[in-house]
Design a protein around this ligand. Sequence first.
Ligand code: CTP
Ligand code: CA
Length: 228
Amino acid sequence: EAALPAERPLAGRHVIVTSGPTHEPIDPVRYIANRSSGAQGSAIAAALLRLGARVTFVSGPAEAPPPEGARIVPVETAEQMRMAVEAALPADAAIFAAAVADWRVEGASGSKIKKREGALPDLRLVENPDILARIAGMAVGRPDLVVGFAAETDDVIANATAKRARKGCDWILANDVSPGTGIMGGTENAVTLITRDGSEEWPRMTKRAVAERLAQRLAEALGAGGES
Ligand code: CTP
Ligand code: CA
C-alpha cells in the first residue's frame, strides 16, 4: 500500500551514502584497510529509503548486506569512492559513513611481492583524497546537507568538533569506538550530533535507531519541497 506523503518526507530527494571500509592494494593479494562492518551505513541508507528518499549507496567491501532498494555502487579504493560520489551528484544531502583508508601505497605492485630473507618491502604511502572535505567545500552544486562521522578513541567531542569545522561539513556524528565500548562490529552505537550551533548527545541505542533518528533529522532540515 502506498504510504501517505507525510510518512515519506524525503520523497523526491536524492541522498548519497558512503559506507564500509576501503581497501588500498599493496599488491594483488595484500591491502591496507580500516576496520568497518558497514552496519551503520547500511542502516542509514535503509532508514532514508523508508522515508522515501532515492539513495545512491557507494560502498567499499563491507560485511553488512547493502540496503534493498538503493542504487548500489560497489568500490574498492578511496579514489574509486571519490569518483563514484562525484559521479552521483547532484544530491540534496550526502552522508559519509565510510571508513576511508587515509593512505594508499604509491605505485602498488601489479605482481605479488615475494618474501625475501632480511629484505622488507619499501612501501611509500601517499594520502588519499578527503571525499567528505571535497564535497563539503564545493563552491557550486554542494548538497544542502553534508554529514560526516568521527570515530574517535580520545577527546571524542573536542576532536569531532574540530573535525567538523576543518572539513566544512554541516553535521558530524561523533562516536567513541574505543575497544571495550563494543561499538566496532556491534549492533549498538552511542553518538553525539555536532552541528554549527552546538552538540547533542544521543543515548546509546541500536544502529538502526541511530539511523532512523538521523534520517528524521535530515528530513526536518531539508524541509518540504522535495517533489517540486
Ligand atoms: N572521510 C572521507 N574521505 C577520507 C577520509 C575521511 O570522506 N579520505 C570521511 C569519513 O567518511 C568520515 C569523516 O570523513 O565521515 C571523518 O573521517 P575520519 O577518518 O574520522 O577523519 P580524518 O580527517 O581522516 O582524521 P583522522 O583519521 O586522522 O582522525
Ligand atoms: Ca581517517
